[in-house]
Design a protein around this ligand. Structure first.
Ligand SMILES: NC(=O)c1ccc[n+]([C@@H]2O[C@H](COP(=O)([O-])OP(=O)(O)OC[C@H]3O[C@@H](n4cnc5c(N)ncnc54)[C@H](O)[C@@H]3O)[C@@H](O)[C@H]2O)c1
Length: 420
């Protein structure tokens, strides 16, 4: 019997923004980890101790764990004692959750499961996904069960959502409090034991459904608050008021703390997870759905401002600063900046749009295929621009001397409020 209480070996399925840091932290804390990914290039990169995306301090952890032999990577699922699933959970048509990656990862580990193994779903998941995962396993493996019963092996299944901030993942993986939800109390206990090996925050134990909903609630809370800030920005801009000045004044009230508005809300989490609540409880979540729509409409408001600023200028040169969904990372998923550039390229076909994104080396295919958008360097993009559009508050842009930019005669639109 392989039990989780022995010195475990762990397989982490999905070596992306969440799975790879988790694998590296586990390995750094003395656990033998096999990283599994369906992407050949990712497996190659990790096997050679490198990281195929930008995340501070991750590469040094991966390189160290690989060189010590604690972390390996492969495409095949191994026989281990603990399986951690960190695969994507996007939405599909009409914002309905797409669980195909979770299903595929579940099916890939199912033949390998043995009595006493632990399966942890780390992917952000709609309510009921952990139970769905269990049902899928048990349907294929009638020789296993979740509670002790004669003639079957015992399998432990838990959900442990990840709440790290991109750009601070290696710090927050260790310092954040965690929630562990078991399909059984024993499963939660085993999962807690694993996280306590490296987590210095509290590890709070609950059931799987509460754990699923807690992660979604956190991100819906952020989204609703961002929607308020963005709606106030819409109102302020409509009335000719500076939204950042307005909000900074309102925040002087001792019980008011409005977030910063921006060009929209992006990323794989906040822009996605509230829809999982909406999908599970549509009639009960009007505020959450409205917040999503307010945030999704913000790129359009920025595009309108750009068009108003350009007026009837022929063949305008636009420098678009930033493409990622937030500062100092390379993640373009659900990025409002990317959406704004795409819309502008279609709406102003005569424009020449130079995108400055220091964290990528090639444009994503949807922009690369447009004739009037190119990836550029900062100086080249700004020196003769008619309009400089700040979309992401990357450190490189925060340090810019705005007076210099203005001297070139370009109009400035600052969607992040950093050049005020
Ligand atoms: N990125 C974040 O900041 C963040 C934060 C908290 C939670 N999450 C959640 O974590 C989960 C993973 O997100 P991510 O950002 O790491 O995604 P990602 O796209 O960066 O990585 C996912 C990886 O899984 C691999 N993969 C897909 N199917 C697989 C399979 N069947 N077996 C093995 N590997 C497979 C992909 O090739 C990819 O490398 C999602 O549910 C996401 O919502 C992400």
């Amino acid at each position: 019997m392989s039990t989780v209480n022995e010195c475990p070996t762990v397989a982490v399925l999905g070596l992306g923004y969440i799975g790879l840091p988790t694998a590296a932290v586990l390995a750094t804390n003395g656990i033998d980890v096999v990283g599994v990914d369906t992407n050949h290039d990712t497996v190659e990169a990790v096997s050679s101790g490198t990281v195929p995306f930008v995340e501070p301090d991750l590469e040094i952890a991966v390189a160290g764990a690989v060189s010590q032999g604690r972390l390996t990577a492969q495409r095949e699922v191994p026989d281990v004692t603990i399986y951690v699933l960190a695969v994507p959970t996007p939405f599909g048509e009409n914002h309905q959750p797409d669980l195909s990656f979770v299903d595929a990862a579940t099916d890939s580990i199912t033949p390998h499961l043995k009595d006493g193994n632990l399966v942890i779903l780390e992917s952000t998941s709609p309510p009921g996904t952990t139970e769905r995962l269990a049902n899928r396993i048990l349907a294929a493996r009638p020789d296993l069960s979740l509670t002790p019963s004669a003639g079957t092996g015992l399998i432990h299944i838990a959900h442990c959502p990840e709440r790290v901030l991109p750009g601070r993942v290696m710090v927050e993986l260790v310092t954040n409090d965690r929630v562990v939800g078991g399909l059984t109390p024993e499963a939660a206990g085993h999962a807690k034991d694993l996280y306590q090996r490296f987590c210095k925050g509290r590890v709070v134990v609950t059931d799987a459904l509460t754990a699923e909903l807690s992660k979604l609630t956190e991100n819906a809370y952020r989204d609703v608050n961002l929607a308020f800030a963005n709606e106030i920005a819409n109102v302020a801009e409509h009335l000719g008021v500076d939204p950042w000045e307005l909000i900074s004044i309102a925040n002087l009230h001792p019980r008011v703390s409005i977030l910063n508005p921006g060009p929209g809300v992006g990323g794989h989490c906040i822009a996605v997870d509230p829809w999982f609540i909406a999908s599970a409880a549509p009639a009960q979540s009007p505020l959450i759905q409205t917040a999503r729509r307010v945030n999704d409409s913000r790129p359009e408001a920025i595009v309108r401002t750009v068009l108003d600023t350009l007026g009837d200028r022929a063949a305008p040169r636009i420098a678009a600063l930033g493409l990622s969904f937030k500062a100092d990372i390379d993640d373009l998923r659900e990025s409002p900046a990317r959406e704004i550039v795409k819309r502008l390229s279609h709406l102003v076909p005569t424009a020449h749009i130079r995108v400055v994104e220091p964290h990528i080396s090639t444009l994503p295919s949807d922009l690369a295929s447009t004739a009037n958008v190119e990836l550029s360097q900062l100086l080249e993009a700004t020196e003769d621009a008619d309009l400089i559009l700040l979309l992401v508050d990357h450190a490189q842009f925060r340090d810019l001397d705005v007076t210099d930019l203005r001297l070139n005669g370009a109009a400035l639109i600052d969607t992040r409020g950093i050049w005020r």
